[in-house]
Design a protein around this ligand. Sequence first.
Ligand code: URA
Length: 211
Amino acid sequence: MNHHSLRVIDHPLVQHKLTLMRMRETTTDNFRRLLREISQVLAYEVTRDLPTAMVRISTPLTEMFSPLISGKKLCVVSILRAGNGMLDGVLDFMPAARVGHIGLYRDPQTLQAVEYYFKMPTDISERLVVVVDPMLATGHSAIAAIDRLKAAGATSIRFVCLLAAPEGVTAVYQAHPDVVIICAARDEYLNDHGYIVPGLGDAGDRLFGTR
Ligand code: URA
């Protein structure tokens, strides 16, 4: 098993907020706010190595060379629906990014991802794509989303999640070894229903209060 590209963000603030999110009694509004806050930090980490170029500018006092981001422009892709809980936090940090959406649901019998929606910016092939989905469980949705993004022309893809199951990480790296994964925690295992353990339950239901 090769986890060389899995980055776990063990910042104390992230771990503290994640513990609150895991707690059964955390309310929908707090869960949503905490996911947004953690997503800001994950966005910071996933863009840590973006290239910059020095440009000459004038401050009110003098002239200087100062760095501006010089590489590909960004596109954040949310895997519906739970990915939307990360979107605003990521966009807080990169407000000029374009946004794509992929609708996938998990067939409850096979646990396979079935696509029902796909809308991307037309220049996706020229952008660094940051895919967001809080729970990397079996990896089926992540792999299907990345397959589809590559088919649409994306060449540079990173995957940001809150919790990653070892099974999902292995599956994504087998299918897409070029994709870096960033998470707040790598949990223990998947149960028979495809839920991450210890996990936090169904992220979509907890975000939107649907159960
Ligand atoms: N999706 C969720 O929302 N939770 C899990 O534990 C696994 C997949």
